[in-house]
Design a binder for this molecule. Structure first.
Ligand code: SF4
Length: 376
């Protein structure tokens, strides 16, 4: 658990020391390592990082769907003050269907292909979040005209709210008869049916083409504006995070390496990985290829010792290769895991301009005394 992690005043979700690993043929993959994060009531928080950084595994562990081998999950997840480890499986399922909703990243494979959209969503409206619905009760209520009609009306209202074209005919369609964008809208409607307190959105719209992706983000933006709901989003797209989030966690190699308000992350990025991500955004002027981060995310069976970013970091030194850097708070609402922010620090604090220069330079030409370029 990280005592330096800045937390919101009224958190609905608190995660401490979350670690997730998987037994595999190649050995034990240490995919999420000692993650702390929190989401305040009504707050929109985003986890940002490259594909393969452990973002989806983190949210899957939070929702409890990894609670069996070959996954190994440790740490504490509290929702609205309750430690989720104290809940029975049924209570956990009830919570996930009622107060926590998740929209997964692939809309085409997240809906059941053998039931119509209407059947699936109406079932969610009628039975979602119930502790246990016996078979007889299910059949009786499933065929109760009043119950079913009310649930169906609610689904239609939600489909209209998510701007589904021709919702009446969509209700009678199977997922394979719909476009990816329509499936994504149906999933968002399904996630909102029970008015959850926390919505987890995993790379929403990423699997869709760019115009539909933009429409889905505009829809999410409206949902955030109109509903008093906490949202935990994950994305690899810094632009999406900037557009929608109150606060951001930057994740690399299964660890949170930086956190701060959206303004802080974009105006004063501290970690060289965050700076590298920002430097990777193509500029309209200048060399389009300059500033990318060489290399790739680490192998989790045998991750790099010390700071997991050190094989790609232009500032890495011996200390970085041996010891995990401490997580330090910077100001009131930001924190970073990098030796350059430790009290007994290793060198000058990097800047975006200096990081961009180093990322695009030949490593042989870079001295190890740190950069002092302009903060930009
Ligand atoms: Fe780079 Fe070292 Fe900081 Fe890691 S701890 S980001 S390797 S300077």
């Amino acid at each position: 658990m990280n005592p330096n992690e800045p937390v919101p005043a009224d958190p609905i979700l608190e995660v401490h020391g979350l670690s997730v690993g998987f037994e595999g043929f190649d050995g034990y993959a240490d995919v999420v390592d000692d993650v702390d994060l929190s989401v305040g009531r009504g707050e929109v928080v985003t986890i940002v990082g490259e594909t393969g950084c452990g973002k989806s595994v983190t949210t899957e562990a939070i929702t409890g769907i990894l609670n069996q081998p070959p996954a190994h999950v440790s740490g504490t997840v509290r929702f609205d003050g309750t430690d989720l480890a104290t809940l029975t499986e049924t209570e956990r399922a009830e919570l996930n269907g009622d107060r926590i909703s998740t929209v997964f990243q692939d809309p085409m494979s997240s809906l059941n292909p053998v039931f119509t959209i209407g059947e699936q969503l109406t079932d969610t409206a009628q039975f979602g979040g119930e502790r246990s619905t016996g078979l007889l009760s299910y059949v009786r209520r499933r065929h109760s005209r009043t119950d079913r009609k009310q649930a169906r009306e609610r689904v239609l209202d939600l489909l209209r709210e998510v701007q589904m074209p021709d919702p009446e005919s969509v209700m009678e369609s199977y997922p394979t008869e719909l476009s990816g964008g329509m499936c994504q809208r149906a999933l968002i409607a399904q996630a909102l049916l029970n008015e959850p307190d926390l919505l987890i959105a995993d790379e929403l719209g990423t699997a869709l083409d760019v115009t539909v992706h933009d429409q889905i983000l505009a829809l999410l933006s409206e949902i955030i504006r109109d509903r008093d709901m906490s949202i935990l989003m994950i994305t690899h797209n810094l632009g999406v995070a900037r557009q929608l989030s109150d606060r951001i966690y930057i994740m690399y190699g299964g660890r949170i390496v930086e956190t701060g308000t959206t303004h802080e992350i974009f105006e004063r990025p501290k970690h060289p990985y965050t700076q590298g991500l920002l430097a990777s955004i193509p500029q309209l002027s200048g060399d389009a290829m300059a500033g990318g981060i060489d290399g790739s995310v680490p192998e989790y069976v045998d991750p790099p010792a010390g700071c997991r970013f050190h094989p790609r970091c232009p500032y890495a030194d011996e200390a970085c290769r041996s010891d995990r850097p401490p997580f330090e708070t910077v100001g009131d609402d930001a924190g970073v895991e990098c030796v350059r922010y430790a009290p007994d620090d290793a060198g000058p604090v990097p800047t975006v301009a200096e990081t961009r220069r180093r990322l695009s330079a030949d490593p042989e030409t870079i001295s190890t005394d740190g950069g002092t370029g302009d903060q930009s």
